[in-house]
Design a protein around this ligand. Structure first.
Ligand SMILES: NC(=O)c1ccc[n+]([C@@H]2O[C@H](COP(=O)([O-])OP(=O)(O)OC[C@H]3O[C@@H](n4cnc5c(N)ncnc54)[C@H](OP(=O)(O)O)[C@@H]3O)[C@@H](O)[C@H]2O)c1
Length: 478
């Protein structure tokens, strides 16, 4: 692949030893190298408190690739990649040490991309450090990871810190779901196909269900997770982002400003869930012991380091409603949980039946049109529709059929990874696939109200067995 207007960068990873860096960023950067999308003079500067030098860091990067890179490592690509690696030992809380970092940064005129792969309570330190050495100025930019706060107020505090040192067009807030090929395809699907575009409203759609199911538990993050819960960890960002892409109206142009404007409009139209409607519209759950993939797994409160009396939710199902003309009356079910029966992310669009159907007496729910968008695994789209059952005895017997589209059928290489795409977009100065401050704050406002209502109404978690589908709302939904 040829490089189009891509300049060399210094990609500075704060938190080079951490999980995010080793598992996601290094393989993504290697893939960019493989596709010839990192210029020759680019540098990758790992930063952390580890007592490493450049050789040790190179060794660690290779080890990370061996573990986390899905394909074979090519020796020629690796040789080019390793030439770009540098390491600098720095505790970001020691502002004066940033002057030594400056000595490394100034040896190249490359624009800097600072990746904040550290806990959010270190963002402030990095901003102060970079501000002190005056390396925070445009065109340098930063990439920050979710979670941006745990409430509206805390997200505002983080934004205030970032905005003190960086302008908005220098800040790239990642929600890696927005870099997934299938999520990106949502806008193409909706706005380039009349068969979808023309039915995308409350006249034709009965309900929408967005599910992100995990089979894993909290792994080694019990203490972190127990402060947060599934709603803040998954709904505030990933699920609300998917919801906004599914429901936003058509933008004037497909650019960052217009897309964000449309997404924010929808997020602002979300009906508030508060103490009066919390009971009907939400259910929060916590897993007990069960069996997943043939193995017994412990209950949430029996995981390593757990407190027995935790009331945090590992599962949540929320009925959201959008109070605008296009979507009024359509329920949106947002479901996500840990230790469920399978790992999958999917969107189900259930269509209404034809009001006057000549087949009415035959049609049951099983025969309703449904569009299923599989985000992972097996990325693709399925459409359920009715056919006549081939049968000599009956002229109009119905049969459910499925039209299937599978990404693997049209793509030879692997599907581009979300982090690889988002790093590349940041190099192109394109913020379309990143989340704005306003989107994050609007989402938090909606989530804060739910969490406040749970606390005020003393709504406790309901238990569900690990390895099952979780829980349903108190009223019946399919
Ligand atoms: N892991 C993921 O897949 C993922 C996904 C989405 C979002 N995130 C977010 O990304 C961030 C990093 O997550 P992670 O999972 O990689 O965490 P992690 O494994 O705990 O790594 C955090 C890194 O921060 C560094 N760090 C902490 N204090 C520091 C200091 N004073 N000076 C310099 N470095 C310091 C640590 O460096 P040393 O210990 O080496 O000094 C460590 O390498 C978090 O905000 C997380 O919420 C992670």
């Amino acid at each position: 692949m040829k490089i189009n207007n891509i300049q060399p960068y210094d990609i500075v990873i704060f938190g080079a030893k951490g999980d995010l860096s080793c598992r996601k960023l290094i393989p993504a950067l290697y893939n960019l190298e493989k596709k010839n999308l990192l210029c020759k003079n680019s540098r990758i500067i790992g930063i952390g408190r580890a007592n490493w030098n450049q050789n040790k860091y190179t060794e660690i990067v290779l080890k990370s690739l061996n573990i986390f890179y899905k394909n074979t490592i090519d020796i020629n690509i690796w040789n080019n990649f390793k030439e770009k690696l540098y390491f600098y030992k720095l505790d970001v809380t020691q502002t004066e040490k940033f002057f030594n970092l400056k000595n490394i940064l100034l040896t190249s005129s490359n624009t800097k991309i600072y990746y904040f792969a550290v806990p959010p309570n270190k963002f402030n330190n990095i901003c102060i450090g970079l501000g002190t050495i005056q390396y925070n100025k445009p065109p340098n930019k930063i990439i920050v990871e979710k979670p941006i706060g745990t409430s509206l107020q805390s997200s505002k505090n983080i934004h205030h810190t970032l905005n003190t040192y960086f302008k908005e067009d220098q800040i790239y807030r990642i929600d890696h779901y927005l870099g997934k090929e299938t999520i990106l395809n949502l806008l193409t699907l909706r706005f380039s196909n009349p068969i979808f575009y023309n039915i995308w409203n409350n006249k034709n759609i009965e309900y929408v269900k967005i599910s992100v199911s995990e089979t894993v538990g909290v792994e080694n993050r019990w203490n972190y997770f127990d402060e947060i819960g599934q709603t803040r960890d998954m709904v505030q960002n990933h699920l609300l982002q998917i919801l906004s892409l599914i429901t936003m109206s058509i933008p004037k142009q497909l650019n960052s400003k217009n897309i964000k404007k449309k997404k924010i409009q929808v997020l602002k139209s979300l009906r508030k869930i508060n103490t009066t409607n919390i009971y009907q519209n939400t259910i929060r759950g916590q897993y007990t012991s069960g069996v997943i993939d043939g193995k017994i797994v412990p209950a949430y409160i029996e995981e390593k380091g757990a407190k027995k009396n935790s009331d945090i939710e590992t599962f949540v199902l929320i009925q959201a409603n959008i109070d605008n003309e296009q979507w009024f009356g359509v329920p949106f079910y947002l479901k996500t949980g840990k230790r469920l029966d399978c790992k999958k992310t999917e969107i189900i669009i259930q269509l209404k039946n034809i009001t006057h159907s000549v087949f009415n007496h035959h049609i049951k729910n099983d025969y309703q049109n449904q569009i299923k968008i599989r985000i992972e695994p097996n990325e693709g789209i399925e459409i359920n529709f009715c056919n006549k059952k081939p049968d000599i005895n009956s002229k109009y017997k119905l049969k459910n059929s499925i039209l299937k589209f599978d990404y693997r059928d049209i793509i030879q290489d692997e599907i581009p990874d979300a982090y690889e795409r988002l790093l590349f977009e940041s190099m192109k100065n394109d913020q379309s696939l990143f989340v704005s401050k306003e989107e994050i704050e609007t989402s938090w406002e909606w989530i804060d109200s739910i969490i406040h209502a749970w606390q005020s109404n003393k709504i406790k978690v309901q238990l569900y067995k690990a390895g099952t589908k979780g829980l349903n709302l108190r009223k019946n939904i399919s």
